[in-house]
Design a protein around this ligand. Structure first.
Ligand code: PEP
Ligand code: MN
Length: 451
């Protein structure tokens, strides 16, 4: 970053207006003996990301909003403290890099790589409580709020977890930066990213593509091309800005611009359950300079979307606002066209991204929260069809995925069956695409983009 951020949270009183507004989905911990200390400790820690990087991302997203780049955003539904191991983080980063290579090569278009990583610890819940065998306890709201274990101690809301979330995010980001800047992401290593993954149609297709890239790279090498640009890759961190105590404490004034940046991540989004126009989340995020996303479900009216644009992007700044639609495969072809049409007619240039996961959640016969790979794919196809028919640009893909060989979503070319859930279901929240399913999806989207 050019410019230093002064220590401590930004002082602007407007950044606290959210405290006077209705706020959904927050922990009940303001009376906790460690609340004030945890918030002030967070406020004195260094920023996780730098304002200059956030500005670069806004420029990249502006390119995508104008049809010249594509956003790939992926990661866990909920990161966990225990899950922040080198193996799991590297597998996830590797998978995102592989998906990005497939997309870049297929579509001949820059791909903006972004993790739901290094901060995705807070979860909204449809119910405050969970009952098991007649015992009722507070619902699990993510490791930043309480523990997954079903005991009264673990489920109590504890603000000290915010500091642990910060520390875990910091370690995660450090590893991501090392991987993507330290040679691991060198495009000449495309083959090695596949190592350790089993034979599968998606992997075979990937190996073929990696071979083509190798030949292209050797050809350029023979021509004396400069490979500096292939050695490193940009990788951005994002999460749902759900816990405003955490987001506010990490908001700093950038000394270059004198403007507030939420330094907990490069890109922050507002969830489907907290996008109320007069609510705290929309107000707070309207006041920070980061690029902002909003999840839009099937009940979103065009008026809602236009009002969100007025609030979050009053200056119609390209790259500032991303709409992440999560309509469900059954709804997308019916609900999306009207939204896109009205937003486009208003002159706003938002980036349209599909989240084909959250509108397609079902419960398997054996009681697991799951998604059918075919439904997920169908929503992606619907997203491309709608944008094709309107002449607008389908600018990105937002998925819950992991680099591990889990069994959480049903189907795929090497089909996952519900009988595998007992052994291989790991998510503490929503089901994720496993490594093969993620690659398979990248090939599908790459085909649609290349058209
Ligand atoms: C999520 O992204 O994990 C999530 C809860 O999504 P949504 O806000 O779209 O329901
Ligand atoms: Mn989720």
């Amino acid at each position: 970053m050019s410019g230093r951020s002064p220590a401590g949270p930004a002082a602007d009183p407007a950044l606290d207006i959210w405290r006077t507004l209705p706020i959904a989905q927050q922990p009940t911990w303001s009376e906790h003996p460690h609340y004030a200390k945890s918030v002030s400790e967070l406020g004195s820690r260094p920023p996780l990301v730098f304002a200059g990087e956030v500005d670069v991302l806004r420029e990249r997203l502006a390119e995508a909003a104008q049809g010249r780049a594509f956003l790939l955003q992926g990661g866990d539904c909920a990161e966990t403290f225990d899950g922040a191991t080198a193996d799991k983080i590297s597998a996830r980063v590797k998978t995102i890099l592989q998906m990005a290579v497939v997309l870049t090569y297929g579509a001949s278009m820059p791909v903006i790589k972004m993790g739901r990583m290094a901060g995705q610890f807070a979860k909204p819940r449809s119910s405050n409580d969970e009952t098991r065998d007649g015992v009722t306890l507070p619902a699990f709201r993510g490791d930043i709020v309480n523990g997954y274990e079903f005991t009264p101690e673990s489920r109590a809301h504890d603000p000290r977890r915010m500091v642990e979330a910060y520390n875990t995010s910091s370690a995660t980001l450090n590893l991501i930066r090392a991987f993507t800047q330290g040679g691991f992401a060198d495009l000449r290593s495309v083959h090695s990213w596949n190592a350790g993954f089993m034979a599968n149609p998606a992997h075979t297709a990937y190996e073929q593509l990696a071979g083509e890239i190798d030949r292209a790279v050797r050809f350029m090498d023979a021509c004396g091309a400069d490979f500096e640009a292939l050695k490193r890759t940009e990788f951005f961190a994002s999460h749902e800005a759900l816990l405003l105590d955490y987001e506010r404490a990490l908001t700093r004034t950038d000394s270059r611009t004198e403007l507030p940046y939420d330094t907990s991540g490069h890109f922050l989004w507002i969830g489907e359950r907290t996008r109320q126009l007069d609510g705290a989340h929309v107000d707070f995020l309207s006041r920070v300079r980061n690029p902002i996303g909003v999840k839009l479900g099937p009940t979103t009216s065009p008026e809602d979307a236009l009002a969100l644009i007025d609030k979050l992007d009053p200056n119609r700044e390209p790259g500032r606002l991303t709409f992440i639609t999560r309509m469900g495969a059954k709804n997308i072809r019916e609900k999306l066209p009207n939204l896109v049409e009205k937003v486009t007619a208003s002159g706003a240039q938002v980036l349209w991204v599909t989240d084909p996961m959250h509108g397609n959640t079902v419960t398997s016969e054996n009681g697991y929260k799951t998604r059918k790979f075919d439904d997920v794919m169908d929503e992606v196809r619907g997203f491309f069809e709608v944008h094709d028919s309107l002449g607008t640009y389908p600018g990105g893909l937002h998925v819950e995925m992991t680099g591990d060989d889990v069994a959480e979503c049903l189907g795929g070319a090497d089909p996952i069956r519900q009988e595998q859930f007992d052994d291989l279901y790991e998510s503490v929240c929503d089901p994720r695409l496993n490594h093969k399913q993620s690659l398979e999806m990248a090939f599908l989207v790459s085909g649609a983009l290349a058209k």
